[in-house]
Design a protein around this ligand. Structure first.
Ligand SMILES: [Fe+2]
Length: 289
């Protein structure tokens, strides 16, 4: 019998976890339990865990190597393991809808897996929630594992060996022509990722796409788009979506190896939003999984 009290929150994935105070550094056994819950449920919400940045980083390190923000690294050459999701800045200033940084974050309103455009994509993202808008600002999640499971066997066989190209400049070209600075673009050349991944512990399979997935290696662009777009269309039908209504004090972990997520937008002129996010690097390139 484990320490964690696990309550599923959607028929396909996700759980609310109580029975543990994460501010006391969890024991190795509890960390193992959380790792298993990540493998099994993909999305974990621990409500009522008031954190700060130092605790957040220490907690992140329990699960592996923190991932440096590609934005700060690509634009300024600076390593930063925590990023702000929202419009309240570190100096207390609040950015409105028209600010370039607010507009840039609208790129996250497309279904994506964090850092799928990096050679080593993200294992998990960890969000600590401080301030949320009175309306809007939910984040939606879908399971590419559940969606893969719904495919006919013949289609599974077709897509199992495929490799996709993930490209940050491609996905951000939809936000605007100058969304990515030249140094940032240069730091993120397109990468190859397996189209179908398997959880290393449970062997559960999922496809791995999202907004950064540009095309399939060896396929022409039109056929590539048709496949990627049709996989996403099925995965994101309303009944398969879990929409998370953030609450201050939530600590949320999600598994980027198999989930996609997207922001739903909020009125940054009217509301404050401050959530801090860290990420843990994956075990390696998906091509070697
Ligand atoms: Fe994201």
């Amino acid at each position: 019998m484990g320490t964690l009290n696990i309550e599923p929150i959607h028929p396909e994935f996700g759980a609310k976890i109580t029975g543990v105070d994460l501010r006391d550094t969890p024991s190795a056994d509890v960390v193992d339990e959380i790792r298993d819950a990540i493998d099994d449920y993909s999305f974990l919400c621990f409500p009522g865990q008031p954190f700060d940045d130092d605790r957040h980083i220490a907690f992140t390190r329990l699960f592996g190597e923190p991932e440096a923000s590609h934005v700060k690294l690509g634009q300024e050459g600076v390593i930063d393991y925590l990023g702000t999701i929202g419009n309240v800045q570190d100096d207390g200033s609040v950015l409105g809808n028209d600010h370039q940084r607010t507009r840039f974050q609208t790129g996250n309103n497309m279904w994506h897996s964090d850092s799928s455009f990096r050679e080593v994509p993200t294992y998990i993202s960890i969000m600590c929630v401080y301030e949320v808008p009175d309306e809007g600002g939910q984040t939606e999640f879908i399971s590419q594992r559940a969606a893969y499971g719904r495919l006919p066997d013949t289609q599974k066989e077709t897509i199992d060996p495929l490799i996709a190209i993930h490209d940050y400049v491609f996905s951000r070209s939809k936000v605007g022509p100058d969304a990515v600075t030249p140094s940032h673009a240069k730091s993120l050349p397109p990468v190859q990722q397996k189209l179908v991944r398997r959880n290393p512990r449970t062997d559960a399979a999922n496809f791995f796409i999202g907004s950064h997935a540009r095309e399939i290696v060896g396929w022409d662009y039109e056929d590539s788009r048709q496949l990627i777009d049709s996989l996403l269309a099925d995965a994101s039908e309303a009944e398969h979506v879990y929409s998370h209504n953030w609450q201050p004090g939530d600590l949320v972990i999600w598994d980027n190896r198999c989930l996609l997520h997207r922001g739903s937008g909020y009125d940054a002129d009217k509301y404050r939003r401050r959530m801090r996010q860290s990420r843990v690097q994956g075990a390696g390139s998906t091509l070697t999984e």
